[in-house]
Design a protein. Structure first.
Length: 253
């Protein structure tokens, strides 16, 4: 988590970062992430209005509300529809069987979360997540400002902090960086990987007319888990014929 003030100190950005996690309970992981983000968003938006109330009391109120928000999110996840074929995927005995199961399938972000939760509670698969970012050639992370983003019309770059890079170079970073988020399910030597790229989420991959989608790999594909994790970190993922369309995805979520 990071709090970055604007150059004029009149406002600030609260940024939340996912870190790599390995072999954890996915419900506990998502709960802790939700509680932390909700608590600080409430604190940022409400502390000034409640400034006459002692901080300890305010924080307890924010924590209670954050827990209520998580319970509502969990209810939405558990009530989300999930094609039972995804649970059959966890016991499929061959790559051919997995490909048949996943052909034409889609997932919403909530149905993926439900799948991860059920894979843990009913089948004993732990959850891991690996995240990576690869910048364009000749760009170093130390050259970047604290924060930068494209304007709504994508014509200009809004920058907070100092940088030696020109606006065109910053646009190039935004448009050509490689970001991968890989979700793993593990049980013994069995593993399943659902990964997504920011390029896919932005509608800039050619599959199905630019529809956002997950990619899928497993131990049945003749790959080692270490190979795939290395692919995440280097931005060079092994190829896969499986694409799972993402339903109800908003680019601003």
């Amino acid at each position: 988590m990071l709090k970055i003030y604007s150059d004029d100190k009149g406002s600030f950005y609260r940024l939340f970062f996912d870190e790599d996690v390995e072999f954890v309970n996915p419900v506990k992981y998502f709960k802790e992430s939700s509680l932390a983000s909700s608590f600080y968003l409430l604190k940022d938006s409400m502390s000034l209005k409640l400034k006459d109330i002692p901080e300890e009391i305010r924080n307890k109120a924010f924590a209670r509300k954050a827990n209520e928000i998580w319970k509502e999110r969990l209810e939405h996840i558990l009530n989300e529809s999930l094609n039972k074929d995804f649970l059959d995927l966890l016991i499929a005995s061959s790559k051919k069987g997995q490909l048949k199961i996943l052909k034409g399938k889609t997932l919403s972000p909530n149905s993926l979360a439900k799948f991860l939760f059920l894979a843990y509670s009913e089948f004993g698969f732990t959850f891991s997540r690996y995240i990576s970012e690869s910048l364009p050639k000749n760009i170093e992370k130390t050259q970047l400002p604290l924060l930068f983003e494209l304007s709504e019309d994508e014509e200009n770059v809004e920058v907070v902090g100092e940088t030696v890079l020109k606006e065109g170079e910053l646009k190039n970073v935004i448009n050509h960086r490689k970001n991968i988020v890989a979700n793993f399910l593990d049980k013994g030597n069995e593993w399943h990987c659902f990964y997504v790229t920011y390029k896919s989420l932005a509608g800039k991959e050619s599959w199905n007319g630019g529809q956002a989608h997950y990619h899928y790999l497993s131990n049945k594909f003749g790959l080692s888990r270490d190979e795939v994790v290395k692919g995440v970190k280097t931005g060079k993922m092994p190829s896969t014929p499986v694409h799972i369309g993402i339903e109800n995805y908003r680019k601003d979520q």
